[in-house]
Each structure stands twice: as C-alpha cells, then as structure tokens.
Design a protein around this ligand. Structure first.
Ligand code: ASP
Length: 412
C-alpha cells in the first residue's frame, strides 16, 4: 500500500488530492471546515522551514559569490543578468496583479482569521531601526524576515572577507542548506494531505467564486511565465546573444520538460547542464558555474509569482497597499527568490516570509497552497529557462561558446 503510494509521482498525488478535495468540499459544504486542521498542520510545517531555510540558503548563496572572483568576467556578467531579469520578473508580477486584480470581488468573510501579523512600523525611523537585527536570536524567534535577511547577508559577507579562515564556516552553511532542502522534501510529502483538506475547506466554505479566483491566479502565473520565456528570454537570446531563438529552445526543451514535471531546479540541474553544454555548445566551465549558481539564486518565475501572490492575498482580504509596500514586496520577492531553494514548494515557503512584512493575512497561504504545485511546475520551467539563457548569453559574451556545436533546426 505504502509502496504503491510512493510509486506515484508526488505531483500526480497532489493533483489527485486537489480534485478530490474540491469534490468533497462541494459535497460537504461549510462542514468541510472541520478537516482544515490537516491543512493547518501542513502550513505550520511550512512555516517551520522559513527561518532555517532562508538563513542557510542565503548565507550559502552569498558565500558562493566568492567563486565569482575566480571567474572574473563570467561571474559578474552572470550576476548582472540574474539581477536585471529578476527585477523585470518581480515588477511583471506586480503589474499583472495590479492590472488584472485576480483576488478582487471575492467575499472572504466566511474565513475565520487567525492572528493578524504585527503592524509594520509607521515612521521611517522605526522602519530603519526595525531592519537592524539587534538580537539575531529574537529576530529568528519572531520570524522577522527583513532583519533576518540582513543578518544572513552580513554573515555571508563575513565569510567572504575571512577567505581561508571562512572556508569551514562556508562548508557548514553549504551543508546546512542541503540538509534543509532534504527536510523540505520530507515536509512536501505532506502536500497531498494538506492540499486535499485545504481545497475541501476553500470549496466548501467559499464555493465556486473562490475556485474562479484561484483559477485566475493560476492563469496569470502561467501567462506571466510565458511572457518571461517568450519575450524576455527569447529577446535576450536574439538581441544580446544573437543566436537563433528556435534552436535555443530546441536545445533546452528537455530541461524545460524535466523542470516542469519535477518542480525542482536542483533536480533538473544535470539535465540543464547537459543541454547547455552539449546542445548549445557552451564551454564546460561557464556551463557548470552559471547553471549551478543560477539554480540556487536565479529564479525569475518564483520572483514573479511572489509579487503576484502577495497582491492576490492583499486583494482577497481587502488589505490596502501603499507605494512603499510595493517596494517592500519587490525587495522581498527578489531576496526571497534568491533565498528560495531549487526544490518543490520553496516559493510557498518564501511567501510566508513576505506576507508578514506587509501585513497580508497568512490565511492566504492556506488559500493558495492547494493550487501551488500547478504553478510551481510552470515557474520552475521558467527558472530553468532563465538559467540556460544566462549561461548561453554569458558564453557568447566571453567567447566561451562553440556555435557549430549548437543543435540546429536542420539536424533534428
Ligand atoms: N520549485 C521552484 C524551483 O525549484 C522554486 C519555487 O518553489 O518557486 O525552481
């Protein structure tokens, strides 16, 4: 029985749970609230991961920049492309959420609210002081994300400055990041149960309008990811790398397919490397450096999703966001996508971190968790395409590509 259960790929179990949850929710009505506790347990486990995952992955990510120096030209070009594409992605998510307003008009009064996150500081003095991690332990205990991020960045910088003396610390954080990824994979095994309960609750208490709102969110995430792939990445390949776009996509289609089905940039990494090196002709050193750093810190699909999902949460619960909040979301979505590990559900974990900062009710997580996997697949395919785009473009810029190796449309 257990064997059969685990023999089914997780994503299929999750989709099955989603459909079953909706059916049970409709049949049961508001009574389905009684099984929401299963979903709450799932979300509590997700929240458990926020602090250690951000701390270890962000420190490890910053410390990994040390290798950039060794790679000189390649490193800085890759980093610049990661940053620019990431910013375009975040603001695209915020733009889509503002224009299409997927969460507006949904009556969520039937949802029993848990404690509202603490009000954000109002004066700029409080804001600045609030970002300083005065007591790192307190910051972690309060799951206070902004100061936690600053603390993690500082530790990463300290490791870089300590050079050889910092190497053992770097190894501890590298290994901690891997351990936390494994813990996340274990927690993600709870997803089918959480999704089942949460979808039954959403469908039972809020009915069809809730499903329509979620449907709009999913459609927007797919639309946004397609825009990133077909406009941004294709544009970079055509105008910056000056390579044939169709051949590029033909070369990485395997990686995109594996990313879509596994929802994990890390699990896809060997395929991404193989596609970029063998099919696109990028040198081994540029490929391995850029794609592995990219799988850790370059997640444009995730960045876009985090911006969009935060606006969705604000819309369904009627939270007014100021211009300052938009900037906070953009900053946190950027750092969140850097801190997110390349594993299934990482975006969902980062969402918990952003919501607290802009006072969007954490119930939003329960609301979207049911459909997260479907969106995770698409944003992972986008993330991996982004890594391949940057690797190829940097390969061209530094002359580390042999275009004769590129699989052309005529070879296939
Ligand atoms: N699953 C994504 C990835 O591996 C991260 C996320 O959850 O957005 O790239």
């Amino acid at each position: 029985m257990l064997k059969t259960w685990f023999a089914i790929p997780l994503w299929q179990r999750v989709i099955g749970a989603l459909v079953l949850g909706i059916i049970v929710g409709f049949a049961w009505g508001p009574g389905a609230e009684s099984i929401k506790i299963i979903g709450d347990v799932f979300i509590a486990f997700i929240k458990m991961l926020v602090v250690p995952l951000i701390f270890f992955s962000l420190v490890a990510g910053v410390a990994a920049i040390g290798d950039l120096r060794k790679l000189g030209n390649v490193g800085w070009r890759a980093l610049l492309l990661f940053v620019v594409t990431g910013q375009i992605a975040v603001w695209l998510g915020l733009g889509l959420g503002t224009v299409f307003q997927p969460g507006i008009g949904l009556d969520t009064s039937a949802i029993e609210m848990g404690p509202v996150p603490d009000p954000a500081p109002t004066t700029w003095r409080e804001m600045v002081l609030g970002m300083v991690p005065q007591s790192p332990v307190q910051v972690m205990a309060d799951v206070n994300v902004l100061p936690l991020i600053i603390f993690s960045l500082l530790i990463g910088i300290g490791i870089l400055m300590a050079k050889e003396d910092g190497a053992p610390a770097q190894r501890i954080f590298d290994s901690g990041a891997v351990v936390m990824q494994k813990v996340t994979i274990v927690v993600m095994e709870l997803t089918p149960f959480g999704v089942f309960a949460l979808m039954a609750w959403v469908a039972g208490t809020l009915g069809v309008p809730a499903l329509l709102a979620l449907g709009q969110l999913v459609a927007l995430v797919y639309g946004g990811c397609l825009l990133l792939i077909l406009l941004m990445y294709a544009g970079i390949v055509k105008f910056l790398a000056r390579l044939p776009v169709v051949d590029f996509f033909r070369g990485i289609v395997d990686a995109m397919a594996v990313a879509y089905s596994t929802a994990s940039s890390n699990a896809t990494l060997p395929v991404t490397m193989r596609c970029v090196e063998r099919n696109l002709g990028v040198s081994r050193s540029v490929t391995s450096f850029t794609t592995s750093l990219g799988a850790t810190i370059n997640m444009d699909g995730t960045a876009m999703y985090l911006g969009l999902a935060t606006l969705f949460g604000a819309q369904i619960f009627g939270v007014d966001l100021s211009t300052g909040d938009y900037v906070t979301i953009a900053v946190l979505a950027t750092v969140g996508s850097i801190g997110a590990a390349g594993i299934p559900g990482a975006g969902l974990i980062m969402m918990a971190a952003i919501f607290t900062a802009v006072e969007v009710p954490l119930e939003t997580i329960a609301f979207v968790a049911g459909v997260d996997r479907i969106m995770d697949m698409m944003r992972t395919a986008t993330n991996v395409t982004g890594d391949a785009t940057v690797a190829t473009t940097v390969g061209v810029m530094t002359g580390e590509i042999d275009t004769a190796e590129m699989v052309s449309a005529d070879d296939v």
